[in-house]
Design a protein around this ligand. Structure first.
Ligand SMILES: Cc1ncc(COP(=O)(O)O)c(C=O)c1O
Length: 386
């Protein structure tokens, strides 16, 4: 069969399984709204948890800082990798701001959370090492483990007992052991027991890597994440945050020891072999980080809305879970999930079915991703549909 025909056959199979994906054009609007196919929806599928990305006033305040729109601080390219000439002053200022938010630990900024996760573990681990990973960790963490020379094994989601059993038997066989987890999980909205993970990493002399993509901005003092909320941020060896979700920007960061930062600058391929982020993005990220410190009101609203939506689902006898601004509605198979999503869409709520390979087979769900930009009355309106 010719290559194109093979591709067509595989795509037909995906259609058959209800797993065909295509790109939709969606225009985000203020107030947690979005325009899709000519209709205005309440957007429940964005990770703009704090309502920053869709906040026109914040955007105006950012640009108002620069009366000269040709300012190099608004340049749209860094035109080089960081190790050549792309390490603009905006990088240094952003990393200093991050460092001051995390008890003056060293900070390093990356082009995206995906870059961070496919680069950090392969750089830090090697032959003779073992990575132990929560089974529901994000695809970018899985890809990072695949790229690493270390072996990796997965423990059942949030199962600290199984993790300890694995550590007991496996730790002596490896040079270094890495524990890697998300803090708030992207598809289930539940949270890792970070205090226990810190205890285990100390007991078994392991390195702890925590991806806080869905927690920074939203949780913890000044939005510094779940580890900080739990009081263990300083014990997390590599704490990763992303700018593309709650912070309404682009890129990612990690806080760590100065040695580890220096090591990554020397060894981490997705940091070395890529063009740096443009100054306009780095400056916007810093602007948002500084504003986000004082957004406790938005964080509290988000928490209330998450709890209320879970309550509405449970009252309607539906399966939900988690404890965050990510509220899953677990439906099961692909087609019923697609049909349920369609029902919500017909009622003006933009929510989509999440299907394998993003989630395990038989756990297709709608993922309600809440934003502080929404009104609490939007949540009540959803309850009426149920
Ligand atoms: C847990 C987690 N880590 C990393 C990423 C990737 O981050 P980014 O979108 O900045 O590449 C995502 C999101 O897509 C995520 O959910």
């Amino acid at each position: 069969m010719a290559f194109q025909e093979e591709l067509s056959a595989e795509l037909a199979e995906l259609r058959e399984l209800g797993r065909f994906r295509s790109l939709r054009t969606i225009a985000p609007l203020p107030g947690g709204r979005a325009e899709f196919e000519g209709k205005i929806y309440c957007n429940l599928s964005s990770n703009d948890y704090m309502g920053i990305a869709c906040d026109p006033d914040l955007r105006k305040a950012f640009y108002a800082q620069y009366p000269d729109i040709a300012s190099p601080e608004l340049a749209q390219s860094s035109a080089s990798s960081r190790l050549l000439t792309g390490n603009t002053p905006a990088y240094e200022r952003l990393e200093e701001t991050l460092s001051s938010l995390y008890h003056h630990r060293a900070a390093l900024v990356f082009n995206s959370g995906y870059h961070a996760n496919i680069g950090i573990l392969p750089a830090l681990s090697g032959d003779g090492d073992l990575i132990l990973s929560d089974k529901l960790n994000h695809a970018s963490i899985i890809d990072g483990m695949r790229l690493a020379d270390a072996e990796f094994k997965r423990y059942r989601h949030l199962d600290m007992e199984q993790l300890e059993t694995m550590l007991k038997s496996l730790r002596p066989k490896y040079r270094r052991v890495f524990l890697v987890t998300e803090s708030v999980f992207s598809m289930d909205g539940d949270a890792a027991d970070l205090a226990k993970l810190v205890e285990l990493k100390k007991k078994y002399d392991a390195v702890l890597v925590v991806d806080e993509a869905h927690a920074v901005g939203v949780r913890g003092p000044a939005g510094t994440g779940l580890a900080a909320e739990t009081g263990v941020a300083d014990d997390v060896d590599v704490l990763i945050g992303t700018f593309g979700k709650a912070f309404g920007s682009t890129g990612a960061y990690a806080v760590m020891s100065p040695e580890m930062r220096s090591y990554l600058v020397n060894k981490m391929r997705p940091l070395i072999f890529t063009t740096g982020l443009p100054p306009v993005i780095l400056n916007w990220s810093r602007f948002v980080l500084e504003r986000c410190v004082a957004m406790d009101g938005r964080r509290e609203k988000l928490r209330r809305m998450g709890n209320r939506l879970r309550e509405l689902f449970r009252n309607a006898g539906l399966v939900t879970g988690g404890e965050s601004q990510i509220v899953p509605l677990v439906v099961g198979e692909d087609r019923p999930a697609l049909e349920t999503a369609e029902k919500f869409q017909k009622n003006g709520f933009l929510v989509f079915a999440i299907r394998p390979p993003t989630v395990p087979q038989g756990t297709c769900r709608l993922r309600f991703s809440l934003s502080a930009a929404l009104e609490e009355s939007d949540i009540e309106a959803m309850g009426k549909i149920l």
